[in-house]
Ligand binder design. Structure first.
Ligand code: SF4
Ligand code: SF4
Length: 345
């Protein structure tokens, strides 16, 4: 089977293009510069990863995001690089032939393939609300996970339950990890997740043979170790207490912080502020829209997209997380005052 390097060359890209992608990948994964040689060697020699991609209660938005990777691997390379043995939306066979292809892949690549799950799982009433080829989603998930080398839950639906889990949750939707119990699941939440993050986790597994380091909620620390707020370029305005008052006033035009317009960046862990979207072009806050926390559990039930966190605390009840935010604003104002004093000295 071809390696990533062979695919680059076959697609007409140069070795320099390949090395640039490996360099970017290593940087995104937080590898030390000394491991660049190891990454190049692995992606030159190791065969492309075999992926079985299951979709349950989803909208296919995570798939849409995934196939639009541009900055780490160009999308034409990506679709060649990953040996997608089964993907209901992308594969051409259907019905019996599709299911047979999956069964064969599970058998042939036992213990080696990557299982990616998109969408939540519905165990209610024996899983009758989500079935494929006469089998319940619970059965399909357990069957495919049993022999997988790595299980990845992509998107907030697979990671936390997401939109199908929103009240009143008629199908009893739950995250993948809840069905698989002790089995390790790498959660890549987001609605959808950033394509480059999904690609990097897969390529990282090819390079190291191991899953990434995870936090207590199963998220790769490299991408979810910090909040949007920690890395937001509008943070100096927040620290200075300069908050936009509406979407079209002078403060918004000056690029002030979007906290008062409902930004959930202070409580949202994701890499949008660093990796950004569309080949690193932009992210919602850069386009003038507050973060609404799509990668956090229960984001949809929280609603109030345009209500500031401090208002939410009193009026709607995001519990346990908001006192810290209020303190943050106070600290920001205090640090601004101190900085001002220093500047005046
Ligand atoms: S996480 Fe969002 S984009 Fe992904 S399947 Fe669920 S609703 Fe669709
Ligand atoms: S509140 Fe939002 S816009 Fe303001 S600094 Fe934090 S993340 Fe950026």
């Amino acid at each position: 089977m071809e390696s990533l390097y062979h695919i680059y060359r076959r697609r007409g890209y140069t070795r320099r293009d390949f090395l640039k992608s490996v360099l970017l990948l290593s940087a995104v994964l937080g590898f030390p510069p000394t491991s660049f040689g190891q990454a190049v060697k692995a992606l030159e020699l190791k065969p492309k990863p075999v992926v079985i991609w299951l979709e349950f209660q989803d909208c296919a938005g995570c798939t849409e995001s995934f196939i639009r990777s541009t900055s780490i691997l160009p999308s034409d390379v990506l679709l060649d690089y990953i040996s997608l043995e089964y993907h209901e939306t992308l594969m051409s066979p259907s019905g019996f032939y599709a299911e047979e292809a999956k069964r064969e892949a599970i058998e042939k690549y036992k213990g080696k393939y990557i299982l990616i799950v998109e969408g939540s799982v519905s165990p209610r009433n024996k899983g009758v609300y989500c079935t494929v080829s006469g089998k319940s989603n619970v059965e399909l998930l357990k069957e495919a996970a049993q022999n997988a080398g790595l299980v990845i839950a992509v998107g907030s639906c697979a990671s936390w339950g997401g939109i199908p889990h929103a009240e009143p949750n008629p199908t009893g939707a739950v995250p993948v990890s809840q069905i698989l119990g002790d089995r390790q699941v790498v959660n890549i939440p987001g609605c959808p997740p950033i394509s480059d993050v999904m690609v990097a986790v897969i390529a990282g597994f090819v390079i190291t043979g191991k899953p990434p380091e995870l936090d207590s909620m199963g998220r790769p620390k490299t991408f979810y170790g910090q909040t949007i707020h920690d890395r937001c370029y509008r943070r100096p305005f927040y620290n200075a207490g300069k908050l936009a008052g509406s979407f079209d006033d002078e403060s918004a035009r000056k690029g002030y912080c979007l906290y008062k317009l409902g930004c959930k960046g202070p409580i949202t862990r994701n890499a949008c502020a660093t990796i950004r979207w569309n080949g690193g072009l932009s992210f919602p806050i850069q386009s003038g829209h507050p973060c609404f926390g799509c990668s956090e559990p229960n984001f949809w039930d929280r609603g109030f997209i345009y209500s500031p966190l401090s208002v939410v605390e009193g009026g709607f009840g995001w519990k346990g997380i908001l006192a810290g935010v209020a303190t943050g604003v106070a600290l920001g104002a205090a640090s601004a005052a101190i900085n001002k004093k220093f500047r005046e000295k």
